[in-house]
Design a protein around this ligand. Structure first.
Ligand code: OSB
Ligand code: MG
Length: 369
């Protein structure tokens, strides 16, 4: 048995190179919440994926900070554990999977470092690079969008995801498709449509040769996604609707789509991600790893997860330089031929740049046993 002797929670403001807009709002200043857990002389790192506003889920930087500092970390620090992959403080606490995931994922990094293996090895992934794509926010004009798509295709990204919303959908996507007839394109609506109003519009997507339409409907409505999937040919992919393995099992049973975007930070952590991966694999649904505009710390966890065999579709895992002037890890993430190399050092395999992180930190709480 070992003991969690210390936890440090930091808020580190990072500025995206480009404003990132989705149907529910935009982000320029990312407030990264970083967690470090210490035990046995080792430290595990993670990043909470909660956003600045409740426009993706009800969790925000503030709710995650509150739940972690008031409830989860006080209960965790000083506790004994056998395997860092099993850190589950406050089982009585309802919801807040993003806050919870921060602890769970730091636990995996800690465990991998204690054993002297990479996170990929601890997860059971066998490949040393994963196929990746890029998620492009809503742009001011179709011309701007076409230029960005051309640039990212030239860089080698293997999937181009385009954010859509009512008024910026079929015509915009058709302009991209006409210009790039063979490109691997998909759309993400972040819940901007309603089945009863928008079915005819969503059916028009079927002519565009999209890999999938991600989360078209309400973030909690699996039944409507099932009804939609029975009426359109384009595969429906679920993102916001899947917050736990239970949600995934329900989606599979209802046939609420054909693909799942797994984000460990959204579903409560890596163990839940593996469970969702396994359930989808059994049902013949491909999965891919999404992103939440993480720094290199959260991204490293995503890359390791994406080495599991069911991750057959390129992830939303882009170069560090696509997000930041400078990342907070070394080395930065940089793909080769549309494949992201999987770091093979211990744990997440990239080193948090502690001096830079400390210099940027605007808020910190330390918990000691
Ligand atoms: O819906 O997948 C999404 C970013 C923030 C919130 C929601 C989403 C996204 C992305 C970005 O699409 C993916 C990335 O990290 O590159
Ligand atoms: Mg999405």
């Amino acid at each position: 048995m070992a003991q969690i002797t210390r936890a440090v929670l930091r808020e580190v403001p990072l500025r995206l190179k480009e404003f990132f807009e989705i149907s529910s709002g935009g982000t320029q200043a990312r407030r990264a919440v970083l967690l470090t857990l210490e035990a046995d002389g080792a430290a595990g790192w993670s990043e909470c994926v909660a956003g600045e506003t409740p426009g993706y889920s009800y969790e925000t930087t503030e709710t995650a900070w509150h739940v972690l500092t008031r409830w989860l970390l006080p209960e965790l620090v000083g506790s004994e554990f056998g395997d860092g992959r099993n850190l589950r403080p406050a089982p009585w606490l309802r919801g807040h999977p993003m806050a919870r995931a921060a602890i769970e994922m730091a636990g995996w990094d800690l465990e991998a470092r204690r054993r002297g293996v990479s996170l990929r090895e601890l997860l059971g992934g066998r490949v040393n690079a994963v196929p990746v794509g890029v998620s492009i926010g809503l742009q001011k004009s179709d011309g701007d969008l076409l230029a960005r798509v051309a640039g990212y295709l030239a860089e080698g990204y293997r999937k181009i995801k385009l954010k859509i919303k009512p008024g910026r959908d079929v015509e915009m996507l058709r302009a991209v498709r006409d210009r790039f007839p063979d490109a691997p394109l998909m759309a993400d609506a972040n819940s901007a449509y309603a089945l009863e109003d928008d079915l005819p519009r969503l059916r028009e997507l079927d002519d565009l040769g999209l890999m999938m339409i991600e989360q078209p409907l309400h973030h909690e409505d699996l039944l409507d996604h099932a009804l939609l999937q029975s009426r359109i040919d384009t595969p429906v992919c679920l993102d916001e609707s899947i917050r736990s393995p239970g949600d995934a099992r329900l989606a599979l049973r209802l046939r609420a789509g054909r693909i799942v975007n797994i984000k460990p930070g959204r579903v409560g952590g890596l163990r839940a991600s593996v469970a969702i991966h396994d359930a989808c694999r059994d049902a013949g649904w491909p999965v891919w790893c999404g992103g939440m505009l993480e720094s290199g710390i959260g991204r490293a966890h995503n890359v390791a997860l994406a080495t599991l065999p069911g991750f057959t579709i390129p992830g939303d895992i882009s170069n560090s330089s696509r997000y930041w002037e400078e990342d907070i890890v070394r080395p930065e993430f940089e793909m080769v031929d549309g494949m992201m190399p999987v770091p093979d050092g211990h744990g997440i395999g990239v080193q948090p740049r502690i001096d830079r992180i400390e210099a940027l930190t605007t808020r910190m709480e330390v918990f000691e046993a």
